[in-house]
Design a protein around this ligand. Structure first.
Ligand code: PRP
Length: 208
């Protein structure tokens, strides 16, 4: 049987290795880094403090329920959950919102629903990006019919210039310009999600 070469946390190779060799991962496809890894980490810590202050651990509604929207929110959701100084529970939904590769159609399909009842729970929807707002607007209406005690939204990114419908968003990481962005969960054709930062995609990549 094959056994991998295990490291221990004390191994020198992993000590202080807080950066990934990403610079050439998708050589030439990333036009610019819009939000760095460090900026993401720092902002997540701030958002986590804010949320923890608003939802103290000793609530009678049970532990705060984070509802992450697959797949884009995965990186944010997991880093955010670990930054929160309160216990939380994790749920995931998968919806499909994009009619084309780069713009929202407003048509939302549930690909994966919630696994549990959210009645009377404090629910925080965790999104990677609000573009037109159509996906989130639909999702909030859908979740509200299940009677959570509270229903709030935390998004890492928002494009104020692209909003088509007003959605109440309590926690926002960064407002960004109306450019096509990838990385840290966001994709183009399922690629680039693994980048640790948010970058703009070189126009020739999606012009093909
Ligand atoms: C993206 C993103 C949001 C939505 C935002 O998901 O994660 O859910 O689009 O767009 P909107 O505000 O214009 O509705 P996408 O459908 O690309 O799926 P993914 O998360 O699996 O990449």
């Amino acid at each position: 049987m094959y056994h991998g070469d295990a490291h221990t946390p004390d191994d020198d190779a992993c000590r202080g290795a807080d950066r990934y060799p990403d610079a050439d991962l998708y050589s030439g496809d990333i036009a610019s880094v819009l939000v760095t890894e460090e900026q993401i980490r720092c902002r997540i810590a701030e958002l986590a403090q804010q949320v923890a202050a608003d939802f103290p651990a000793e609530q009678d509604k049970g532990e705060l329920l984070l509802v992450g929207v697959l797949k884009g929110a995965v990186m944010f959701m997991t880093d955010f959950a670990r930054a929160l100084p309160i216990p939380v529970q994790l749920e995931f939904m998968a919806v499909s919102s994009y009619g084309s590769a780069t713009s929202s159609s407003g048509v939302v399909r549930i690909l994966k629903g919630l696994d549990r009842d959210i009645t009377d729970r404090n629910v925080l929807v965790v999104e990677d990006i609000i573009d037109s707002g159509l996906t989130l607007s639909w999702l909030l209406r859908n979740l509200a019919t299940r009677h959570p005690a509270t229903l709030e939204v935390c998004t890492l990114l928002r494009k104020p210039d692209a909003i088509q419908i007003d959605v109440p968003v309590r926690y926002i990481g960064f407002d960004i310009p109306r450019e096509f962005v990838v990385g840290y969960g966001l994709d183009y054709g399922e690629r680039y999600r693994d980048l640790p930062y948010i970058g703009t995609l070189a126009p020739e990549v999606y012009a093909d």
